[in-house]
Ligand binder design. Structure first.
Ligand SMILES: CC(C)(COP(=O)(O)OP(=O)(O)OC[C@H]1O[C@@H](n2cnc3c(N)ncnc32)[C@H](O)[C@@H]1OP(=O)(O)O)[C@@H](O)C(=O)NCCC(=O)NCCS
Length: 188
């Protein structure tokens, strides 16, 4: 099968230099810490956030509901899983009859890859909720969780053509460590 290569940046945040100051949480949103019972919620938001996005071509499981569930299960069962760095964003909306409707709209997971190095996994905000600072707040919550878990350096990988995400990480204080290539088999 033919193979295509995606150019990606490995980026790092040095927690020894402190955490950036977060902006206030927009009204109606809350950040829920990891609980096993939220696994399916994380998986569904992951799918909502990544389907039709560039990274679903790089990691086909992200463009598939079952794939996202398998991935969430695999991450949460890993020995290095860091629950404190794993967050779900929820939006609450009250309608005219005063009934409150909850919608999950963001997810991130953290794993420890070395004693003092953590890795951010699959951060995503559902389309309708982007551009309000939730992505930055999710990164903040994740970094804070890593810090509490005793991690000093936090890495992530971003596809170089994912300019919005790359710009966000740069703005928050991540720097590029190196470039890597991810090979993906393509079927025509
Ligand atoms: C990358 C992603 C998580 C960013 O989420 P987001 O919630 O839109 O992020 P933010 O709102 O914090 O920042 C996005 C932009 O909104 C702007 N913004 C932040 N707060 C804002 C506000 N209150 N009002 C208007 N704009 C605002 C930011 O300045 C930023 O602008 P920039 O693109 O010029 O840097 C989201 O686009 C996503 O899920 N993408 C698909 C999945 C993906 O690619 N994930 C990354 C894998 S590495």
């Amino acid at each position: 099968m033919p193979v295509t290569y995606f150019h990606r940046y490995r980026m790092q945040y040095d927690l020894r230099e402190g955490l950036f100051a977060p902006l206030p949480v927009p009204e109606g949103y809350s950040f829920l810490p990891w609980q096993e019972k939220l696994l399916d919620d994380h998986a569904r938001v992951k799918f909502e956030s990544f389907r039709n996005e560039l990274d679903a071509s790089v990691f086909p499981c992200l463009g598939d509901n079952d794939g996202c569930r398998r991935l969430m299960k695999e991450i949460s069962c890993r020995q290095g899983f860091v629950p404190q760095a794993t967050w779900l964003v929820q939006h609450a909306r009250t309608d005219q009859a005063s009934a409150t409707h909850y919608e999950n709209c963001g997810t991130v997971q953290g794993i420890r890859i070395q004693t003092d190095v953590g890795a951010i996994q699959n951060i995503g905000i559902a389309h309708a909720h982007r551009g309000q600072g939730l992505g930055a707040l999710l990164v903040y919550h994740c970094l804070k969780g890593f810090e509490e878990a005793g991690v000093r350096f936090v890495t992530l990988e971003v596809t170089s053509h994912n300019t919005g995400a790359f710009r966000l990480y740069q703005r928050l204080g991540f720097s590029v460590l190196k470039t890597v290539f991810k090979s993906v088999e393509v079927s025509y």
